[in-house]
Design a protein around this ligand. Structure first.
Ligand SMILES: N[C@@H](CCC[C@H](N)C(=O)O)C(=O)O
Length: 306
C-alpha cells in the first residue's frame, strides 16, 4: 500500500475530480463517522458558497457505511462504498462518471491493488471497474471501464417539453440503475438551441424525478456494421438533482441504448457519445451495458463541514 497523499491543512479532507467534466467532491470517511446531511452536501456543492461540484461522494468502507445492503456487498468483495449525493443533497443510486473517478481515487491512494478488477459497492449493487490501456481518445487521462450492469427498456414512452425546442417530443424511458428519458432531436441546431437552464417537463411525471438526455445521432448507423465499428451521437443532459451538466455516464449509456433501439436490428453495439465535456465509449450487450471514459483527480485539501 502506498502512503496517502491526503494531508488536509485543516478541516475534513477532500479530493476534487471529474470524468468528462462531470465534477465531484470526494470526502474520505473510511471509518463511517461522517454524518453528511442534505444541507451540508448542498453547501459543499454550491459553486459560490462551497467548493462546487455536480455530485458529492462519501468514500466509506462498505462494512461500516450503515447503508442498507452494503454489508452483503462487502462480503461479495466490494470493500469500498460509493455513497453518492447530487448537488441538491438528494441521493442517487448510481453515477457512471463518478464511479470511474472513485476507482481512480482508490488506486491513487493505494486503497485497492492497481491491477485487475476493482469492485465498488453502490446503491445499485456492486460495479466492476477496470483500468484500460486502450483509450478511445488520447486525452492523457487514465481511462476506466465500468460494467453498469442491467438495463431496461420501458413499457411506457414519455412526452418531453423542452424550453427552446418547438413542440413536445417523444422520449424513451430507460433505467441504467438510475432513471433516464432520452429524446432524439432532429438536428445539431435543435441540440444547441435547447435551453436546459430549466428542467424539461416529462409526462407522465416520474415519481422521484428523472435525468433527461437530448441526443442527435450522427449519420445513419449501418444495420450491418463492420465488426467492432461504432455508432456516434452527441448528447446534452439535464441531471436530476443538479441541472445541466457537461456529461453523465449512466445517461450516455441510456442514450446509446436508445439510439441502438431506434436504429433497429443490426445496429452497432459500440457507441461513441460526445458530450460537452469530452467523449465516452458505450458497449451494449443484451444483459449489460459497459461505460468507458477518463477519470481525473485535480485537487486535494481540507474544508470545514457545516
Ligand atoms: N452524473 C451521473 C449521474 C448522477 C446521478 C443522477 N443525477 C441521478 O440523480 O440519477 C453519471 O455520470 O451517471
Amino acid at each position: 500500500m502506498r502512503s496517502s497523499a491526503l494531508a488536509p491543512l485543516s478541516g475534513h479532507a477532500f479530493v476534487k475530480g471529474h470524468g468528462t467534466e462531470n465534477d465531484f467532491l470526494l470526502l474520505p470517511d473510511h471509518g463511517g463517522e461522517l454524518d453528511l446531511g442534505a444541507a451540508a452536501v448542498e453547501a459543499l456543492a454550491d459553486r459560490q458558497r462551497g467548493l462546487g461540484a455536480d455530485g458529492v461522494i462519501r468514500v466509506v468502507r462498505s462494512a461500516v457505511s450503515g447503508i442498507e445492503g452494503a454489508q452483503e456487498q462487502a462480503e461479495a468483495g466490494a470493500e469500498w462504498f460509493m455513497d453518492y449525493r447530487n448537488a441538491d443533497g438528494s441521493i442517487a443510486e448510481m453515477c457512471g462518471n463518478g464511479v470511474r473517478v472513485f476507482a481512480h481515487h482508490l488506486v491513487t491512494e493505494g486503497l485497492v491493488p492497481d491491477e485487475g478488477e476493482i469492485l465498488v459497492a453502490t446503491r445499485d449493487g456492486v460495479k466492476a471497474v477496470t483500468r484500460l490501456s486502450d483509450p478511445f481518445t488520447a486525452s492523457g487521462e487514465p481511462w476506466y471501464e465500468v460494467d453498469i450492469g442491467h438495463w431496461e427498456l420501458p413499457e411506457q414512452d414519455a412526452l418531453v417539453e423542452i424550453t427552446g425546442v418547438q413542440v413536445p417530443r417523444p422520449g424513451l424511458r430507460i433505467s441504467t440503475g438510475n432513471p433516464h428519458v432520452v429524446v432524439a432531436l432532429a438536428n445539431p441546431r435543435e441540440l444547441i438551441d435547447a435551453d436546459l437552464h430549466r428542467a424539461p417537463s416529462v409526462s407522465p411525471a416520474p415519481a422521484g424525478g428523472i435525468n433527461v438526455e437530448l441526443i442527435v445521432i450522427e449519420g445513419r448507423p449501418s444495420r450491418q456494421p463492420a465488426p467492432g465499428s461504432a455508432g456516434e451521437l452527441s448528447m446534452r443532459v439535464h441531471e436530476r438533482g443538479v441541472g445541466e451538466t457537461r456529461s453523465c455516464g449512466t445517461g450516455a449509456c441510456a442514450a446509446a441504448i436508445a439510439a441502438r433501439h431506434w436504429a433497429g436490428n443490426g445496429a452497432p453495439d459500440i457507441w461513441r457519445v460526445n458530450v460537452p465535456g469530452g467523449s465516452l465509449r458505450i458497449t451494449i450487450s443484451p444483459q449489460s451495458v459497459r461505460l468507458a471514459g477518463p477519470a481525473a483527480l485535480v485537487a486535494a485539501g481540507g474544508i470545514q463541514l457545516a
